[in-house]
Design a binder for this molecule. Structure first.
Ligand code: MG
Length: 342
């Protein structure tokens, strides 16, 4: 019998405000927690399955349930757990990320060290995170911007037929840097160029996923022209050829729920650096458990967008802090450094 036991638990998160992007509106997200136990130590992981990538809570639970027993007993290092999970022939990236996260949390705790120290992260905190303003009526969006006054960088979801109105309305009340995420919403090269031409005059730091992921050739043309950096999100899930990605984008947005592995995320960051690609670390709507894993990877990033845990009510985990500059700060506690709130 295995020393390890693994189980899933419901980690559905309710949002503080309904959250709208170009693809639709959400009020809750069906996240799934993973508990991995051995030697009286419990490691925790979290999956944030996203319908854009054809994942849901059932698929995450099925992934964990089908892991053979024993699965973890011969694993002695992070690259070994990443490899073994990669070899499981069931493509549920958020579940892979959650199981690996639980093992890493367990491993850090068994060494009585925070993971950021074991992994020699460049810092115990990320660059300042952006704070996302979801799509809404213009006056509601202005109100959200006012409520986000303490955040130094905003991220605004666009890709609508009223993008300019939204940016003008926000610019009436703040001049802080804005990152724009079109979520694949500009569907022709002409529309994308028109929107970016407008945005280039508005203190916009970068544009995430201007066009649909399927339009690589048009994106390549757009990059050659674009006055603003373009970041791949839906166009970069983790296994893409980075040389090809670099044709069409200035950088990549790595999310653990897309790439499925912290170990791989670290490797991809090195590969991106070798190609002069900028690196952003993003997230789905996640509790501070998965965000702590994202923040660990985010210590190597140029930009982070790790506000998922700030958008939910009743975070089921605690231990992650924000500095006054809204850098995400990892704790000195062992493992990922967070624990369930009682
Ligand atoms: Mg995005």
């Amino acid at each position: 019998m295995s020393r390890f036991s693994i189980e899933t638990f419901d980690n559905e998160l309710a949002l503080e405000n309904p959250f709208t992007i170009a693809r639709g509106t959400k009020e809750t997200v069906p996240n799934v927690g993973v508990r991995l136990r051995a030697d009286r130590i419990t490691g925790y992981g979290e999956a944030g399955p996203n319908s854009r990538y054809d994942e849901d809570a059932e698929k995450v639970m099925a992934f964990v349930a089908q892991l053979p027993d024993p699965f973890f007993d011969d694993i002695d290092a992070p690259h070994a757990v990443a490899k073994k999970l990669h070899d499981v022939n069931m493509p549920v990236q958020s579940a892979r990320a959650a199981v690996e996260m639980a093992w890493l949390d367990w491993w850090g705790k068994s060494h009585q060290q925070p993971l950021w120290k074991l992994w020699e992260a460049p810092s115990n905190k990320t660059p300042s995170t952006s704070f996302t303003i979801g799509l809404d009526e213009i006056d509601v969006m202005q109100h959200k911007v006012e409520e986000a006054a303490e955040y130094p960088i905003l991220k605004v979801k666009l890709g609508t037929d009223r993008d300019r109105k939204i940016i003008r309305a926000i610019r009436e009340i703040t001049d802080k840097p804005i990152r724009v995420d079109a979520n694949e919403g500009w569907e022709t090269l002409d529309v994308a160029k028109e929107q970016i031409t407008f945005l280039a005059d508005q203190n916009i730091e970068l544009v995430e996923q201007p066009m649909p992921a399927a339009m690589h050739d048009k994106m390549t043309e757009l990059k050659q022209w674009s006055p603003l950096p373009l970041m791949a999100d839906e166009s970069f899930k983790g296994n893409e050829n980075l040389d090809k990605t670099a044709e069409a984008f200035h950088g990549i947005n790595i999310k653990l729920m897309k790439i499925g592995s912290l170990v791989k995320a670290r490797e991809v960051i090195q590969q991106a650096r070798a190609r002069d690609l900028q690196v952003m670390v993003g997230c789905m709507i996640e509790s501070s458990l998965a965000i702590s894993a994202g923040a660990l990877i985010g210590t190597w990033a140029d930009y982070v967008d790790l506000d998922g845990f700030l958008l939910i009510k009743d975070d089921p985990f605690e231990g992650l802090e924000l500095t006054t500059d809204k850098e995400v700060q990892l704790s000195d506690n062992p493992g990922l450094g967070v624990h369930p709130r009682d």
